[in-house]
Ligand binder design. Sequence first.
Ligand code: FAD
Length: 378
Amino acid sequence: MGKRIVVLGGGTAGTMVANRLARRLMDLIRSGELEILLITRSGRHVYQPGLLSVVFSEAFPEQIVREEKSLVHRDVTLVFDEIRRIRPDQSCVQSRTTEYPYDYLVIATGSRPDFDGVPGLKESARHFYNLEGALRLRDALASMKKGRILVVVEHPHKGPGAPVEFVLMLDDYLRRRGLREGIQLTYAFSDGRIHFLEPVADWALSQFERRGIAHQPFFRLEKVDPFKQRAFTSDGEEHPFDVLIAVPAHRGAPVVMQSGIGDDRGFIPTDRHTLKMEGDDRVYVIGDAANLPIPKGGSAYYQSEIVAQNLVSRLKGLPETSVYDGKGTFFLGSSLREAGFIAYDYGSFPKFAFGSEVLRWIKDMQGPAYWLKVRAIL
Ligand SMILES: Cc1cc2nc3c(=O)[nH]c(=O)nc-3n(C[C@H](O)[C@H](O)[C@H](O)COP(=O)(O)OP(=O)(O)OC[C@H]3O[C@@H](n4cnc5c(N)ncnc54)[C@H](O)[C@@H]3O)c2cc1C
């Protein structure tokens, strides 16, 4: 019997790595010596950075959603199933009805905002973390004429630039519609700094001050009253709002917790250079699921390449020589017209360029380019 690589999670990182492997190992797959099995629970693949474009009516939902099966290489075996337990001790993953043994496993189960961590938050808050949320937020903003918008941001969260980007785009959107004067916009965040990357924080602060966006550090949300529309913080203060938009701290996928392989937030302890789950030579972790000391976003493209190269080497009996250096990049819209670009890795201070129409144009190209990247064509 041939070998089997199971990739768990058909989002950005999982689909990329499965496709990269299939393109490079076609011969082994076609001769029956190898199977690449991609297991995911949803047939719908969302280009998540595009959710912000949906909020501001710059994209229609159908532009950011594709069928997963249309993105997967024909030599990948695609299975739709929900995995309940990852069993490294038995070299398999288990769903409610069956189990899938593996020789190598790549976990790419992503992260999710935890709306249950604060009482009343789920009932009160709008968000842009899935398509349904983005559409509801789009409609709420479209019908708003005046009042108070409160954006509450906690860490860690996916989309490293998304909250700052969202509020700057919102400011621009309200100005274009002649509504900005009548709408108070507040960005409240749990830490002392607007963004965890220092250059982004400094730049965002100057933008907020120039545009009259109120900002509130050390905002520790304790509960929300959905009926009175008030947020309560740990210092005993009350914060009234008409629209509350939340970026709650994220957690790893429930299956990670259920399997007992995650840290206290459900992220998997992962070697920062080999991308292997700590203590297991045959399990790799990529994308948001890993507990790496880098932002959640901007790195799946690079990580999937490292893991694909090393798995190809292993299957050919060669040593694994590719090493991940923490590389990640992301664009950050500074208005509906301009954008910035940030690049980081483990070893150096983040590099950045802000506020350019050319970068905005390149950022807008990322949507169409994504469908090529995720298929491992680009
Ligand atoms: C609004 C927003 C803006 C963003 N902007 C950017 C940006 O500008 N640049 C950038 O690089 N990133 C950005 N991101 C982040 C980026 O989308 C994520 O970092 C990326 O999708 C992570 O890929 P992933 O494969 O780790 O997780 P995901 O793409 O979330 O995929 C996880 C997959 O695992 C599946 N899964 C989970 N559990 C199971 C299970 N038990 N069984 C079966 N399947 C399971 C899920 O269904 C999903 O398909 C943004 C995100 C958002 C929401």
